[in-house]
Design a binder for this molecule. Structure first.
Ligand SMILES: [Zn+2]
Length: 107
């Protein structure tokens, strides 16, 4: 169960989990036992920043999905709250609910 978790709370703040490859140094989300880019098994779990900038907004069915780049440079997809107000360029913070990736406007 823990191994499948996409985030972890650190000092009261939920942080997305990713893996960083020691061979090619790239960071991948979601975390995996092999590097998605070069196939190496030399990966370490890292926590990403909780703060991100919205780079794109798309509609999947009736759900608004934001593509948010964390300050670590990794793009995450998630739902946005409040859905109608999130725009490209907005600062958001990671606020997951259970297994749902979710972002709120950062104030
Ligand atoms: Zn790699």
């Amino acid at each position: 169960m823990m191994a499948e978790s996409l985030w972890r709370e650190i000092a009261g703040e939920p942080r997305p989990l990713a893996t960083r490859c020691t061979e090619c140094t790239r960071t991948a989300f979601p975390p995996a036992s092999r590097c998605r880019f070069c196939g190496s098994r030399n990966v370490n779990q890292v926590e990403l920043a909780a703060h991100a900038i919205v780079e794109a907004v798309s509609l999947m069915g009736t759900v608004l999905v934001v593509h948010a780049r964390t300050t670590d440079g990794v793009v995450l997809l998630g739902q946005a709250e409040p859905a109608g107000l999130v725009r490209v360029g907005h600062a958001v913070r990671f606020r997951p609910t259970g297994h749902h990736m979710r972002f709120e406007l950062d104030e």
